[in-house]
Ligand binder design. Structure first.
Ligand code: GLN
Length: 249
């Protein structure tokens, strides 16, 4: 008997999570996103399998979800060529509905280009319709977004890149506290289909289970045709959200 929650009798259904460039793109606790996804997928009744993909490594045959983090400009420089070489493969997965979350440095490289503050241009893969220019001012601190789909999203930003959106992406949310994509637009992040880019570290997912559930839910629906959430919201999550929100920038 198959239950929609993600198990077939005694055998939990596998979900393959690709952790993209964990060696070079993993700052401000972004690895916490992978751990949160693993843990929450298990709580929903799945058997998550994390595959780390660093430059030169092959993608696994099955990919259910992709998650990537932030890095310094130098880290972005180390992964940019490898990412461009995978452009068609990643675009095909995105067009096929594979959910992806790209934070900060990889958010920038999932756009068309990132022009650093020294004028160097790093080509991106254009999965998101965004473009980023390095600025002179850093945007640092806790940040709160209002989103229609995920409620309030709470995280921590630290970037100097200014990102602007084209018509092919919609913002992840409206900024209630903090800077977001740039100091003037009042919005944060970008979304095209099931691909989400955001500046929010924190880590982002442990404090925002609604986002984890979206990623896991889309992955499960795409691979197994259904998703029935099972995991509860823990008290720790609520406390972490409240405490991050109270902290001054
Ligand atoms: N180097 C980029 C910036 O500062 C990305 C920073 C990050 O990933 N934290 O805009």
């Amino acid at each position: 008997m198959v239950s929609a929650a993600g198990t077939t009798g005694e055998t939990p259904r596998e979900l393959v999570i690709v952790s993209l460039y964990p060696r070079d793109m993993n700052i401000y606790g972004d690895r916490g996103n992978v751990l949160a996804l693993e843990r929450r997928a298990r709580a929903h009744g799945f058997a998550p399998r994390v595959v780390e993909v660093n430059p030169g490594d092959p993608f696994p045959e099955t990919v259910d979800l992709v998650v990537g983090g932030g890095g310094q400009d130098s880290g972005q420089g180390r992964v940019a060529a490898d990412l461009v070489a995978r452009r068609d493969a990643i675009r095909a997965l995105a067009e096929d509905g594979v959910p992806m979350l790209m934070v900060c440095g990889l958010y920038q490289l999932f756009g068309h280009r990132f022009i650093t503050h020294t004028g160097e241009e790093l080509a991106g893969i254009g999965v998101l319709d965004v473009e980023t220019r390095g600025g002179t001012e850093r945007m640092i601190g806790n940040i709160v977004l209002d989103t229609a789909e995920f409620g309030e999203i709470i995280g921590y930003e630290n970037h100097s890149g200014n990102t602007t959106l084209g018509p092919g992406s919609t913002p992840l949310g409206t900024v209630l506290q903090g800077a977001g994509n740039n100091p003037s637009d009042g919005v944060e992040g970008a979304r095209t289909g099931n691909v989400i880019g955001s500046y929010l570290h924190g880590s982002l997912l442990p404090k925002n289970p609604a986002l984890s559930d979206f990623l896991i839910g889309e992955a499960a629906r795409r691979r197994y045709g259904a998703f029935e959430p099972r995991a509860e919201l823990g008290e720790t999550v609520l406390q972490a959200r409240a405490s991050a929100k109270r902290r001054p920038r």
